[in-house]
Design a protein around this ligand. Structure first.
Ligand SMILES: [Zn+2]
Length: 167
């Protein structure tokens, strides 16, 4: 698998300060995956694959609810606490990846390419933007007189006419 393009969109989410950017990758010039996330973790920056929130069914009405929901969205029944499965580290499993690598070789390659593109994007952001030096004296342009304005309009008309003939 070759990642042929990475698009990075940096973000400043006040509610989720660890989220640094969204990425879209293209595989082999043929297949696009959106909504990868660049996250600043305790052990460094990493790529999170696109994911969806897991849901389960309300025992009373069968309605779907997110695993953290305390009451059913449909019938309002009180739902049990801690319905999420836990991983080996004991963290609640609330999301499932929509698309993801299935071996470490692919995962490492994906991280390398996507994080590389993210770092490059950051470097570009740091490059100073060129601004022409501001003139020390503000030069005020006089308003064009009525005669001048009329002349300009005539000229425009002539040009339009000319173009009409030659194009
Ligand atoms: Zn319900």
């Amino acid at each position: 698998m070759k990642i042929t393009e990475v698009k990075v969109k940096r973000t400043e989410d006040k509610k989720n300060e660890r989220l640094r950017a969204f990425c879209t990758i293209t595989i082999d010039g043929d297949f696009v995956i959106r909504d990868l996330k660049i996250i600043e973790g305790a052990k460094g920056t990493f790529v999170a694959m696109p994911s969806r929130k897991l849901v389960d069914r309300c025992p009373s009405c069968g309605g779907k609810n997110h695993l953290r929901a305390k009451y059913c969205n449909d019938c309002g029944a009180k739902l049990a606490d801690n319905r999420a499965e836990r991983d080996e580290q004991g963290r609640a499993k609330l999301h499932a990846d929509i698309a993801h690598p299935i071996n470490s070789r692919c995962r490492e390659e994906l991280q390398r390419v996507v994080l590389g593109a993210y770092k490059e994007d950051l470097e570009h952001a740091r490059e100073p933007v060129y601004r022409p030096p501001e003139s020390e004296y503000e030069v005020e342009r006089p308003e064009p007189s009525e005669a001048e304005e009329k002349e300009e309009k005539e000229e425009e008309k002539d040009n339009a006419f000319g173009q009409g003939i030659f194009s």
